[in-house]
Design a protein around this ligand. Structure first.
Ligand SMILES: Nc1ncnc2c1ncn2[C@@H]1O[C@H](COP(=O)(O)OP(=O)(O)OP(=O)(O)O)[C@@H](O)[C@H]1O
Ligand SMILES: [Mg+2]
Length: 237
């Protein structure tokens, strides 16, 4: 499979530079990244600690903006958007999953999953329906009313994934989603991400340190010193 075999170009970074801090304390986290990702790809981002993986993912996910360079999402020039416009784009097209789940602990699974819909101003009936459907998709039917504190790590990450997909995003971005899980739960989460990619056509971009998790992706992009060091298509495990 070559890059041209996957769907239309979805994401394009050009000469993206990200500098944190100023003067002698400045750190250049990204040094001119060029990266194209097609609709429907499942991309693993690997590389040493500090190589810029999270910085790149946060920019792709519109959580942060580049210091310079261009980010094209479909036909939208993201780097020209205001912070509020970026937030809108994020709410409509992107879902995020983090290593630490980031759920509200004394809040039910269903309420956690409904949050992005609440931000979008959807009515209660639609929120309930959509959150139940998303929880079913991640295998948590029957757990809707349990609080996060009553769920295992693997279940909490499933709730976080349900929250990320409840808005039916084009792209799911995940930063070390299995980093806090044991190997068995980690593989279950990867199976889930793989099926969301295959069955729903959601583009998945995931940072991981683990080769056996990256094996679920069909492309591995390796970062080194704030840039793409290597980029290879591979057959899923
Ligand atoms: N908010 C910030 N302020 C200042 N420097 C930062 C900030 N975020 C990241 N950096 C620096 O930018 C560089 C890239 O960091 P980044 O978090 O993208 O690396 P990473 O590849 O995700 O590493 P890890 O595998 O440890 O998560 C590092 O040198 C880091 O110290
Ligand atoms: Mg990181």
């Amino acid at each position: 499979m070559t890059h041209s075999d996957v769907g239309a170009l979805l994401i394009s970074l050009r000469k993206v530079i990200k500098t944190y801090g100023e003067g002698t304390a400045a750190v250049q986290a990204l040094n001119g990244v060029d990266l194209d990702i097609g609709q429907g790809e499942f991309v693993a981002i690997m590389g040493p600690s500090g190589s810029g993986k999270s910085t790149a993912l946060n920019i792709l996910g519109c959580l942060d903006a580049p210091s310079s360079g261009h980010y094209l999402f479909r036909d939208i020039e993201v780097d020209t958007l205001t912070r509020n416009q970026r937030a809108l784009l994020r709410r409509h097209y992107l879902g995020f999953v983090f290593q630490g789940f980031n759920l509200l602990s004394r809040t039910s699974a269903q309420e956690n999953v409904e949050l992005p819909l609440l931000y979008r101003g959807e009515d209660a009936a639609h929120r309930h329906e959509a959150s139940r459907r998303a929880l079913a998709q991640v295998g948590l039917t029957g757990w809707e009313h349990h609080t996060s504190a009553e769920l295992s790590g693997g279940q909490q990450q499933r709730v976080a994934i349900a929250r990320a997909i409840v808005t039916q995003p084009l792209v799911l971005l995940a930063d070390e989603p299995t980093g806090n899980l044991d190997s068995k739960r980690g593989h279950e989460i990867m199976e889930l991400l793989g099926s969301l990619n295959r069955d729903q056509g959601i583009t998945v971009i995931m940072v991981t340190h683990e080769l056996d998790m990256a094996a679920y992706a069909n492309r591995v992009v390796r970062f080194a010193d704030g840039n793409v060091g290597s980029d290879s298509m591979k057959v899923a495990a």
